[in-house]
Design a protein around this ligand. Structure first.
Ligand SMILES: [Zn+2]
Length: 145
């Protein structure tokens, strides 16, 4: 499962420049170069939400204001509904399982995908406030050092 959900530069490159790239890869929303999260694997549960303070490529500060990422909770509600709906459709409508099994699969899905749901919600939230800037993407690293 992990292999399936870890999205890398190589297979997401075609999205570079769109918000979807930052949302699915967890890269800086402004330059799309540097990962926002300290640990690329969100399933290290103590580090799921541990983020760098600034982008090492373009120097963007991720936490624009104190408690900025609390707003991601609103987004995670919607993302959670999307995952739950998918679990329901797959178990109840496609596999014809009982309502109880479908309900259990929704709970299981929510637990199994929680780190992904939390990160995607943060990524969507920050991408509502920042947008890709090609000039910052093309910056060479030494400018910031
Ligand atoms: Zn950046």
């Amino acid at each position: 499962m992990l292999k399936f959900v870890i999205l890398t530069n190589e297979n997401m490159g075609f999205l570079k420049g769109s918000k979807l790239y930052s949302i699915f890869t967890g890269k800086c929303p402004v330059c799309h170069n540097d990962p926002m999260y300290v640990n690329p694997n969100g399933y290290h549960l103590f580090e799921t939400l541990k983020m760098h303070e600034r982008c090492s490529h373009c120097n963007t500060k991720y936490k624009i204001e104190p408690s900025f990422f609390y707003g991601a909770m609103y987004v995670s509600y919607g993302v959670g509904i999307a995952f739950s709906t998918a679990a329901f459709v797959i178990t109840y409508l496609i596999f014809g399982a009982s309502l109880l099994s479908a309900f259990i699969s929704i709970i299981g899905t929510m637990i199994a995908f929680m780190p992904i749901i939390m990160r995607i919600s943060r990524n969507i939230w920050i991408n509502l406030f920042m947008k890709y800037d090609v000039t910052k993407d093309k910056l060479t690293n030494y400018i910031n050092h």
